[in-house]
Design a protein around this ligand. Structure first.
Ligand SMILES: Cc1cc2nc3c(=O)[nH]c(=O)nc-3n(C[C@H](O)[C@H](O)[C@H](O)COP(=O)(O)OP(=O)(O)OC[C@H]3O[C@@H](n4cnc5c(N)ncnc54)[C@H](O)[C@@H]3O)c2cc1C
Length: 437
C-alpha cells in the first residue's frame, strides 16, 4: 500500500483482521510512505466528520464511516458533538431533501425551517446567534470531528497490532510489470523493489503522479448524463483549501450549557462587514464557512470555500506539501472573509479579526472531473483510492476496500467506479458553494 494516510491505515487494520479470520495471517501487508504517517492531507485535515451530502451515495458511505469512527472513538480521538448545516433560501430545497433521505437511511438528524424557528433553535444552542438569512437548519446528531495526527496514530496502532508493517522514508518511483501483462509485479522504490500480489494506491494529492506512473489517461471522456454527448476533460484538477485559527481559548466557543457545540457549517448570501473597520468585505456571490472549538489547533478553527488552481494539473507542485508549498497563495481575503463571517454568525466574534493567527494554513486537494471519489481497480491488481479530497471523514473506505480485495464486492463503493464518467452516471450537483457538498 502506498501512502500512510487515513485510507491505507484503516485498510491495513481491517485487512489484517480479515486475513486472520481466514487463517491467512502469514500474508504480508506493507505500507510505504516517502515521509511518515500523516505527512499528507490526512495529517493537516480540519477533521470534520459529517453525513451532510446532497449525493445519496455519499450519504450511505458516510453512514458506514461514522459507524467506524464511533466504534473506536477514544483511540481515534473522535468527538461526537454533531454537525449543523445552516443555509439560506437558495439551498433550502436541497437540504430538505438531504434530511428526508437521512431519515430513510436511519441517520439521526433534525430539520428546522423558516427564519424565526431557525433563529430560535440556534439561540437555544448559542445565545449570541445572529444570522439573518438562514431559512433552514439541518442538525445531524451524529458526526463531529477528530484530531488529525492523533487519530492517524490511533489507526496506525490498530494496523501494527494486526501485523501490518509501516515503512517511512521510502519513495515509490515506478512499477514493474512483466511483458504482456497489465498487472504490477513489483513496486519500485528508492530502497529497491518490492514484489507484490496486490497494490493499493491512496496518495491523496499525489494521486496524479501514480496515475502517470501507471500510464493511465491524462484526459478522459465524460458524459454529463445518460444519452448526452461526451466531452474530453483532464482527469485531475487541484483546489486550494484555506483554513485558519482564531487565537482564543477553545472554550470561548462553548454552547449555552458550557459544553462543546456541534461543528457549524454556515452558507449565506448576507453581506459581510469587518466590524472593527466598518468596511464591507468584497465577495462574489455566496459565502460559506465552517468552524469548531479545537484543542488540537489551539483555538477556534475552520475554513471557507476553496479556490480552483487555474493551471493544468501536471504543473501543480504538490511538494513540499501544505502551506509551505510554492503553489500556495494565501489570499489576503481569506482571514477577512472568515473572521467577518464568524462575527456575522455570532456576536462574540465581532471585531476579533486581530486575533486571527497570522500564518498560512491549509493545503491542496486533487479532484476528479465530477469532484467525487474514484474507488476502483486498475491494471488488474492495482486498487486506487482517489477520494477527491473528501476523505478524512471516510475512515470506513479502508474497511470496505479490504473486503473487496478479498473478493466481496461492496454495493456502497459501486457508485464510485471509474466507468461512471464514460457512462454518464455522475453524482448530482448541489447549490452549495463548496465543490465537496
Ligand atoms: C486543509 C485540508 C483540510 C481538510 N479537512 C477535511 C475535513 O475536515 N474532513 C474531511 O473529511 N476531509 C478533509 N480534507 C480532505 C482529506 O484530508 C483527504 O481527502 C484525505 O486525508 C486523503 O487521504 P489519503 O490517505 O488518500 O492521502 P494523504 O493523507 O495525503 O496521504 C498520502 C501519503 O502518500 C505519501 N506519498 C506521496 N507520494 C509518495 C511516493 N512517491 N512514495 C511513497 N509515498 C508517497 C505522502 O507522503 C502521504 O503521506 C482536508 C484536506 C485539506 C488539504
Amino acid at each position: 500500500m502506498i501512502g500512510a494516510g487515513i485510507h491505507t491505515l484503516s485498510l491495513g487494520w481491517r485487512l489484517s483482521q480479515l486475513l486472520e479470520e481466514r487463517g491467512e495471517s502469514h500474508k504480508k501487508i506493507l505500507i510505504i510512505d516517502k515521509q511518515e504517517v500523516g505527512s499528507g492531507a490526512s495529517g493537516i485535515a480540519c477533521g470534520v466528520v459529517r453525513n451532510n451530502y446532497f449525493q445519496p451515495a455519499m450519504r450511505e458511505l458516510m453512514l458506514h464511516s461514522v459507524g467506524v469512527w464511533e466504534s473506536d472513538a477514544e483511540n481515534l480521538t473522535y468527538h461526537s458533538v454533531g454537525y449543523m448545516q445552516i443555509s439560506p433560501e437558495k439551498m433550502h430545497a436541497d437540504v430538505a431533501q438531504i434530511y428526508k433521505e437521512q431519515k430513510a437511511i436511519g441517520y439521526d438528524s433534525v430539520f428546522i425551517e423558516g427564519k424565526k424557528d431557525c433563529a430560535s433553535y440556534m439561540r437555544g444552542i448559542v445565545d449570541d446567534w445572529q444570522m439573518e438569512d438562514t431559512t433552514s437548519v439541518l442538525h445531524e446528531k451524529r458526526g463531529g470531528f477528530a484530531h488529525n495526527k492523533a487519530s492517524l496514530k490511533g489507526l496506525a496502532r490498530r494496523a501494527r497490532a494486526g501485523g501490518v508493517e509501516i515503512v517511512s522514508g521510502c519513495r515509490v518511483t515506478g512499477f514493474r510489470r512483466d511483458n504482456g501483462s497489465a498487472a504490477v509485479k513489483a513496486v519500485i522504490t528508492d530502497a529497491g523493489e518490492v514484489e507484490c500480489e496486490q497494490v493499493v494506491v491512496a496518495a491523496g494529492p499525489w494521486v496524479r503522479d501514480f496515475w502517470q506512473m501507471l500510464e493511465l489517461p491524462r484526459e478522459i471522456t465524460v458524459r454529463q448524463g445518460k444519452g448526452l454527448q461526451p466531452t474530453d476533460v483532464s482527469m485531475w484538477c487541484y483546489w486550494q483549501l484555506e483554513e485558519g485559527v482564531l487565537e482564543v481559548e477553545p472554550e470561548y466557543l462553548s454552547n449555552n450549557a458550557g459544553g462543546a457545540p456541534p461543528v457549524f457549517h454556515v452558507d449565506s448570501e448576507q453581506p459581510l462587514f469587518d466590524k472593527a473597520s466598518g468596511e464591507q468585505v468584497e465577495l462574489s456571490g455566496m459565502w460559506g464557512i465552517y468552524y469548531k472549538p479545537d484543542h488540537n489547533f489551539g483555538g477556534v478553527q475552520g475554513g471557507a470555500a476553496p479556490y480552483l488552481l487555474d493551471m493544468p494539473a501536471e504543473e501543480v507542485a504538490v511538494d513540499p506539501y501544505g502551506p509551505a508549498s510554492p503553489q500556495f497563495v494565501a489570499r489576503k481575503e481569506f482571514p477577512n472573509i472568515w473572521c467577518a463571517a464568524l462575527g456575522t454568525c455570532q456576536k462574540r466574534f465581532e471585531g476579533k479579526r486581530n486575533l486571527y493567527r497570522d500564518e498560512p494554513s491549509g493545503g491542496i486537494g486533487c479532484f476528479t472531473p465530477d469532484s467525487f471519489p474514484v474507488f476502483d481497480r486498475f491494471c488488474d491488481n492495482v486498487y486506487i483510492i482517489a477520494d477527491s479530497n473528501h476523505g478524512y471523514k471516510m475512515i470506513g473506505i479502508g474497511h470496505l476496500v479490504a473486503e473487496e480485495l478479498l473478493g466481496k464486492t461492496s454495493a456502497l463503493l459501486q457508485p464510485f467506479r471509474f466507468s461512471r464518467f464514460a457512462e454518464g452516471e455522475l453524482h448530482p450537483q448541489s447549490n452549495s458553494p463548496f465543490p465537496w457538498s
